[in-house]
Design a protein around this ligand. Structure first.
Ligand code: ADP
Ligand code: SR1
Ligand code: MG
Length: 425
């Protein structure tokens, strides 16, 4: 734990947060001013793995207060973690919000010494996407909205848009988020492939499957390539934890929260996180099927959403590239890529590499959720363990295939076919 001299930091609770709000004008004005301070409702709702989240409402307004304590919430104070993650979350929310305000909650207030962010309360009917997927709810605009968010945030923070000087300045700032990167390096790219006391799986059903992951040499070669790329390639300012628990939705609104792992890294890490978590949702559906709802139509909807998200992303990203080809980006200068066909070919190569990176990272994220730490509710909510394990096994096998053979896939349609095949085995 921290020493008494911690620069004014103290962990808040529902009571002390009231005092904090009273002395913080950007927050109390959101609630309708001083007069409303006697009529507050405050509720802690943090169901994520790391932080504390309070919903604050008055008759005249609302906001969410999110505070980082110096440890990982789901593990406890035996795993210390820098509170500076709140700074990188606020920075990424602000930067991504500037680039894509329709899909990022507005930041009202940030207090670095208290590691506290005040932001827009995404009021009901917004729910966490993962919960909507478990409930079998269709979101007709999800692919449209997420492809928009991913295309804009990645394109506008990459060297396709920035000068190398501006890019390096931004990269240098976000290199400070080193502890969060190291957490990902450990739990995504290393622990599932070795014996580690924080790994977990549905035992005894998946004992052999977990062992096979630890004994698969080809998997180990491939995961090392991806880990190197994750650590070495400052391609764009990524969200860094873009799973379906980091997206809040209604049928017509999509909002991306929780970018505390934000830093400059391979674009495929974000794309893969989102698509990989949709694939996990797909494989969990058989575990949620009942006699009255076999979830078959819903599985099709998930597959369509995966396909549409990639296709729309590719289209929007290349459209932004075309639109800004005369801009400051220094990797494909127009006097070098001096005819339309050449530029088109360069784009094809870029997108092809990005597709393979996304498959690899997506698969790595799937594997860690099945045999590593921090499992997903999609599977955890399947109470019958043998049924859960058979869903998880099918997801794990497809993830291994995608990770090892990712370069053999040319189109998202082929990936969808592989998922379908994996679902009947
Ligand atoms: P963590 O960093 O611990 O993962 P999250 O940012 O994922 O925390 O938030 C945890 C939970 O708090 C979310 O699952 C969601 O239910 C709620 N939450 C977070 N931000 C908001 C918001 N802006 N509006 C409404 N609810 C929110
Ligand atoms: C201790 S691992 C906790 C996980 O939760 C976050 O959402 C990240 O995915 C992290 O890996
Ligand atoms: Mg979260």
């Amino acid at each position: 734990m921290e020493s008494a001299d911690n620069g004014g930091f103290h962990p808040l609770d529902e009571k002390s947060l009231v005092e904090y709000i009273k002395s913080t004008p950007p927050l109390f004005t959101r609630l309708g001013g001083q007069a409303e301070l006697d009529h507050l409702t405050i509720k802690e709702v943090g169901d994520g793995n790391l932080n504390f989240v309070y919903i604050v409402t008055s008759p005249k307004g609302s906001f969410v207060a999110k505070q980082a304590l110096p440890y990982i919430r789901c593990v406890g104070d035996s795993w210390p973690m820098t509170r500076e993650r709140a700074y990188f979350e606020a920075r990424t929310l602000t930067e991504h919000g500037r680039l894509c305000p329709e899909h990022v909650p507005e930041v009202y207030h940030f207090d670095r010494s208290m590691s506290l962010i005040g932001m827009r309360y995404l009021e009901p009917p917004h729910i966490i996407l993962r919960k909507g997927l478990i409930a079998g709810i269709e979101y007709p605009l999800l692919a449209q909205h997420m492809s928009d968010y991913i295309a804009k945030t990645l394109f506008f923070t990459s060297l396709l848009y920035h000068t190398t000087s501006d890019h390096k300045k931004a990269v240098a700032e976000f290199c400070g988020n080193v502890e969060m990167c190291r957490l990902t390096e450990q739990v995504v790219f290393t622990d599932p492939y070795r014996v580690s006391n924080i790994n977990r799986w549905t035992s005894p059903y998946l004992d052999q499957d977990a062992k096979s992951v630890r004994e698969d040499d080809e998997l180990k070669f491939q995961i090392a390539e991806l880990k190197s790329m994750f650590c070495e390639r400052a391609q764009a300012l990524i969200h860094g934890d873009l799973h379906t628990g980091s997206v809040m939705v209604t049928t017509d609104s999509t909002q991306v929260i929780d970018p505390e792992f934000g830093f400059y890294a391979p674009m495929g890490f974000d794309i893969g996180a989102f698509l990989g978590n949709l694939i996990l949702a797909y494989f969990s559906q058989d575990g949620h099927a009942t006699e009255t709802n076999d979830r078959k139509a819903y599985k099709e909807w998930i597959l369509n959403t995966i396909e549409e998200t990639w296709r729309l992303f590719e289209y929007k990203f290349c459209s932004l590239w075309d639109l800004h080809k005369n801009g400051n980006g220094e990797v494909y200068p127009l006097d070098v890529y001096n005819n339309a066909e050449l530029l088109r070919t360069a784009q094809k190569k870029y997108m092809n590499n990005l597709f393979h990176d996304s498959l690899g990272f997506g698969a790595a994220k799937m594997i860690r959720r099945i045999v590593g730490i921090a499992h997903v509710e999609d599977f955890e909510s399947i109470k019958d363990e043998s049924r859960r394990a058979s869903c998880e096994r099918r997801a794990l096998n497809v993830a291994k295939l995608l990770l090892k053979e990712r370069r053999k896939f040319d189109t998202i349609g082929q990936v969808i076919s592989a998922i379908k095949e994996g679902s009947v085995q």
